[in-house]
Design a protein around this ligand. Structure first.
Ligand SMILES: *Cc1c(COP(=O)(O)O)cnc(C)c1O
Length: 458
């Protein structure tokens, strides 16, 4: 290839195509893309026998596709047809319209985030959710931080630095993504005192450990696994009473932290925040985006004296919640206060859909697509809540030649579709698909199925 015929950057910049790219992507990035394209051609030139260099149009189209790739968003909305309601990898809880509206209003301009409108002086960002959390849980005080892992880190740093923290071996859980409760605990500077066996811990184990000076007893919810068989763990109330007898605090990491009774939805009973406080927990920590159905947040509720100490810890500043989180969280909490959570909060709406309603939607999908079978299936709660629990559902089952390839095609759609496979069939669960996504889902599915048919009968 004769590189002397290769246009220069300046020559390429003078074309109409380059002007269009600059209008879309800005001059510096377009320049970078043109340089990258020319470099590609040069480094390719030695290895090729082709005599002619690519023309300007080809070069600028290549620069255009680089620019498209460089600026394409990596964080995208997806359609969750997996039937897993709280999918940590898919961003956990979708927000209610009121929560979205509240974030929108607060993000557009200034707010009284840390400004007291009565006195005109500095206020605290913590008050916005605190009053609501007090009302909802009956706790003396509350605080919101970045997420539940941060809540645990903060509580232990503030109350147990260099002091003993007693926890059962049956609760040294890994949350997911390699994060383990014991690691978070150690990071706080607390001295971990593990008691009991993996499957069994007795009140006497706690009693023995408490004979030495201890800052607190920690209890962690088995969020993502179930203990069955020869197992034993004392009730929270028994542990709390014992800890208090020794003048030691009892902290309950509830993980998902529901405010509603899950039994009403055909699920097992999940210990609620209110129950944990009633059982004697001095502090309860839970996530904002699991069964609460709000934004990513860590919530700490409990004794006012303890929260006063926690709020003063320097780490509190490092893990504080931002204004968008507080906007969405307060709007979500209001739904509970107004007893409208089931209708307004998406995850509770999904949990309360009846099998009959899901079946009707799966049938509608099948009818629109003109194929697929409507079968009984199971939706799961996921997201470190109610392990092993599922809800009866109906799914659309598609029979395809290569299920892995088909799943890949689904993920390439805009928006990407996340489904499930079972015995080589593609299962799509309407429970976790927002009704307003039906249109996009069906159009994209129809396109994929159509193109597969064409491939088979060209
Ligand atoms: C999910 C979970 C956490 C971590 O909460 P994040 O909000 O994801 O930081 C901690 N403890 C338990 C028991 C959990 O289930």
């Amino acid at each position: 290839m004769n590189l002397r015929n290769l246009p220069s950057v300046e020559q390429l910049l003078q074309t109409r195509l380059a002007a269009e790219l600059i209008a879309s992507y800005g001059r510096p990035l377009t320049l970078q893309a043109i340089r990258s394209t020319l470099n590609e051609v040069r480094s390719h030139a030695s290895g090729t026998k082709e005599a002619t260099v690519p023309n300007r149009e080809i070069l600028l189209n290549r620069a255009g596709s680089l620019l498209y790739t460089w600026t394409a968003p990596t964080l995208l909305p997806v359609i969750n047809a997996s039937g897993v309601i709280l999918h940590t990898n898919l961003g956990r809880a979708p927000l209610s319209p009121a929560a979205i509206q509240s974030m929108d209003a607060i993000s557009r301009g200034y707010s009284n985030l840390e400004y007291d409108l009565e006195t005109g002086k500095r206020g605290s960002r913590l008050i916005h959710a605190e009053t609501l959390l007090q009302k909802l849980t009956g706790a003396e005080a509350a605080m919101v931080v970045n997420n539940n892992a941060a809540a645990i880190l903060l509580v232990l740093s503030a109350l147990a630095n260099k002091k003993r923290v007693v926890i059962s071996r049956s609760q040294l859980i890994e949350i997911g993504g390699g994060f383990r409760i014991p690691d978070v605990m150690r990071q706080s500077g607390a001295k971990l005192v593990e008691i009991g066996a993996t499957n069994r811990v007795h009140l006497s184990d706690y009693e023995e450990a408490l004979s030495e000076p201890t800052a607190l007893v920690m209890h962690a919810h088995h969020s993502n696994f179930k203990m069955i068989g020869f197992t034993e763990e004392p009730e929270q109330k028994e542990i709390a009473d014992l800890a208090h007898k020794f003048g030691v605090l009892f902290v309950d990491d509830l993980g998902s932290g529901t405010l509603l009774e899950t039994k009403r939805y055909g699920l097992a009973h999940e210990f609620t925040v209110q129950e944990s406080l009633a059982a004697g927990a001095d502090l309860v920590c839970f996530s904002g985006d699991k069964l609460l159905g709000g934004p990513q947040a860590g919530i700490i509720v409990g004794k006012a004296t303890l929260l006063a100490k926690i709020k003063k810890n320097p780490l509190a500043r490092a893990v504080r919640a931002d204004k968008l989180c507080l906007a969405a969280l307060t709007a979500t909490l209001l739904h509970y206060l107004k007893d409208e959570a089931e209708g307004e909060i998406p995850i509770w709406r999904m949990l309360s859909i009846t099998p009959k309603q899901v079946k009707a939607r799966a049938k509608y999908w099948a009818a629109e697509l003109g194929q697929g079978e409507v079968l009984e299936g199971e939706s799961t709660v996921g997201g470190g809540s109610l392990p092993g629990e599922s809800l009866p559902t109906w799914v659309l089952s598609l029979t395809v030649k290569n299920s892995d390839k088909f799943m890949e095609r689904l993920r390439q759609e805009q928006p990407p579709i996340i489904a499930r496979t079972e015995n080589g069939h593609i299962l799509l669960d309407p429970r976790t698909v927002a009704p307003e996504q039906d249109g996009a889902l069906l159009v994209n599915l129809a396109n994929i199925l159509q193109s597969q048919k064409r491939k088979r009968n060209p």
